[in-house]
Design a protein around this ligand. Sequence first.
Ligand SMILES: NC(=O)c1ccc[n+]([C@@H]2O[C@H](COP(=O)([O-])OP(=O)(O)OC[C@H]3O[C@@H](n4cnc5c(N)ncnc54)[C@H](O)[C@@H]3O)[C@@H](O)[C@H]2O)c1
Length: 308
Amino acid sequence: MRLKDRVAVVTGGGQGIGRGISLMFAREGARLAIAQRTAEKLEQTRKDIEAMGGEVIAVPTDVRHPEQVKNLIDAAQQRYGGLDVLVNNAGIGLRVPVDEVTVEDYDRLMDTNLKGLYMGCHYGVPAMKARGQGSIINISSVHGVDGAPLNTVYAATKGGIIGCTRALAAELAPFLIRVNTISPGAIRIHDPQERMERILSYVKEEFHDEFRERFADRLDEGSRFFQPLEIVGEPEDIAYAAVWLASDEGRFVTGQNIVIDGGLTTYLAGHASERARERGGTSIWREMRDWMETHAKEGAEWPGRRPR
Ligand SMILES: NC(=O)c1ccc[n+]([C@@H]2O[C@H](COP(=O)([O-])OP(=O)(O)OC[C@H]3O[C@@H](n4cnc5c(N)ncnc54)[C@H](O)[C@@H]3O)[C@@H](O)[C@H]2O)c1
């Protein structure tokens, strides 16, 4: 077990990528404190880890509030007597044209993705210094590296994470605390059933059958064909890297941004879309978007909606 008895905090640890990391950390012997804002999925992941024989506490936390982040770090230390690994994974997205972004949107993303992460480091580092070592893993995104329309605030937060990581790595190297970023590309975070239900929640009921008939078998195509490897990533693809960075195997790695994206960022943006178009990836997105424009519920703001 590569993380035997290491104490790890994972924010956003109850679902999606964070859940994938938490489960793999537990399998590798870590003692966990998992946190997120919504309690239900957090509780499910806690139960799943316990069922595997893992050690875990669930600490409902809104990372936008520094005192709650402090409470999370304190809870891990009180339960396990220290802190070795901090995964700052909690985050939210936003796809809106720059001239329509509100100050509230901006603050919500900054507070969640960047301030929350920063405060995690702020409160976690003293515990790691006391331990004489540590590993901080910050989850950014390909949007922190490359540009894409409508993602300006998200990109600002994710680019900020990469800058913060490098400065912190330099500052904390003398304490043997390593700080790295993982930047995922497209990762599948909902099972097909859940994904279908989410999309249908935007569609007028009388068109649900038509949507299923038309798109059910092709929902992954858009994301799949956008990437040179032609697969969509899974949370485990990120978790493997997180385990490596958290373990002694990563002892010589700090200040790095590890991009895990099926090769997406190896292409210039124009080539990526051209390639996806050749394979039908963008046509399914366009077809779905056009279909949704006429079949969505009044006022529904589904992800990927045409910029207004
Ligand atoms: N899925 C992808 O394709 C992808 C790609 C690149 C980067 N990411 C990043 O991965 C991270 C995890 O996202 P995901 O894809 O698993 O999505 P997700 O929505 O399933 O998970 C986001 C997690 O963050 C938590 N969270 C959100 N706001 C919070 C708050 N204020 N306080 C505490 N927790 C909060 C949620 O409860 C959830 O656990 C995010 O930082 C995201 O930006 C995801």
